[in-house]
Ligand binder design. Structure first.
Ligand SMILES: CC(C)(COP(=O)(O)OP(=O)(O)OC[C@H]1O[C@@H](n2cnc3c(N)ncnc32)[C@H](O)[C@@H]1OP(=O)(O)O)[C@@H](O)C(=O)NCCC(=O)NCCS
Length: 150
């Protein structure tokens, strides 16, 4: 039985950065998870600004820290995922060769708040995933997309 969707990476073409593309992809992933009655979606992410802070704090402290000026997470990529409602499950040392992240990655998760309800009442999953303004009420638990169904 398929209960989760694993996305290895999320990448937006730099020419389209900061236009809400990642956010929309994440919402599309949540709709997919709901419509397919998946329990959760897993995604790998980077920490591209960690190299600037590594001398001052551990990677766990970096993930938990926020900017005193903006109140946002120190890492812009982490901000994208947390804003969309994903949660950090664990730190992944030696994730990929990545000097900016010092090879650290993060495993992120979005849990389908309607599971297993939608598995029991299958038509509900289609209705829920098509509701207008879905993002506003699903945001707190949110997330996404993929290449592989496991
Ligand atoms: C991280 C990434 C997916 C963001 O994509 P995006 O389409 O630019 O993100 P969005 O436009 O949806 O941004 C969502 C929010 O994050 C913010 N944000 C995105 N990139 C940011 C950055 N570099 N710095 C600060 N904030 C940023 C946006 O301003 C927006 O916040 P707001 O609504 O409060 O203004 C993209 O930069 C990317 O592909 N990075 C490379 C990831 C990678 O290397 N993956 C492979 C290994 S896992």
């Amino acid at each position: 039985m398929v209960t989760r969707c694993t996305a290895s990476t999320l990448v937006v073409n730099p020419g389209f950065a900061r236009q809400g593309v990642a956010e929309q992809l994440l919402y599309a992933g949540a709709r997919l998870a709901i419509s397919k009655s998946l329990k959760r979606i897993l995604l790998g992410g980077r920490l591209p600004r960690y190299h600037r802070y590594a001398g001052k704090m551990s990677v766990e402290e970096y993930i938990a820290a926020s900017s005193p000026k903006t109140g946002k997470p120190l890492d812009p990529e982490l901000y994208v995922y947390l804003k969309a409602g994903l949660k950090v499950v664990k730190v992944l040392p030696n994730y990929i060769p990545d000097p900016e992240s010092l090879d650290y990655g993060i495993l992120l998760e979005w849990r389908n708040p309607f599971y297993p309800f939608t598995r029991i009442f299958r038509p509900m999953s289609l209705i829920l995933s098509r509701i207008a303004h879905f993002e506003t009420w699903c945001k707190t638990e949110f997330f996404f997309l993929s290449a592989f169904h496991i």
